[in-house]
Ligand binder design. Sequence first.
Ligand SMILES: *[C@@H]1O[C@H](CO)[C@@H](O)[C@H](O)[C@H]1NC(C)=O
Ligand SMILES: *[C@@H]1O[C@H](CO)[C@@H](O)[C@H](O)[C@H]1NC(C)=O
Length: 167
Amino acid sequence: MHTVGYRMNAVLTLGVTILALICAMASLADNLNLPSPSAHVQVLNINWFQKQPNGNDEVSLTLNVSADLQSMFTWNTKQVFVFLAAEYETPQNALNQVSLWDSILPSKEHAKFLIHTTNKYRFTDQESNLRGKEFNLTLHWHVMPKTGKMFADKIVMTGYNLPQEYR
Ligand SMILES: *[C@@H]1O[C@H](CO)[C@@H](O)[C@H](O)[C@H]1NC(C)=O
Ligand SMILES: *[C@@H]1O[C@H](CO)[C@@H](O)[C@H](O)[C@H]1NC(C)=O
């Protein structure tokens, strides 16, 4: 009895040790994976640009978004949430962030994409701040792992401008 119990304990201990080793190696492999994301966004067209009856500026854009986030996917990645935001300064706020488009990338195969779209969410400013506004387009992503902590990163693309006149 004593011996069997001892041996089972030894087998269990060995199993746990091997598991721990595999986890450590996998986690190391995760850290060794050097990510190399890329993104490129073109504003193909300003479809319209108006002051709404409520006084807010609103613009409709057609965007050409290409990105490669395949290197964000590892053995431990469940999915990646990605969104494109217009970011700009106003007298009221140092950072205004308007989400224009988003998507969930369920697998590595979906992480390299080229999308031709109008903004999915409204690009509007509470004041009349958008005329002639310089803005950045930032591709943000949140990597949701199977185990462990979520992490986020982004690529900032600079130098976009809205027209001076409504159209
Ligand atoms: C959209 O971007 C891709 C990749 O940058 C490019 O090959 C394609 O010609 C662009 N489409 C338009 C309509 O400009
Ligand atoms: C755009 O991004 C650059 C670099 O991060 C930053 O210095 C600049 O202030 C941003 N411009 C706007 C209009 O937010």
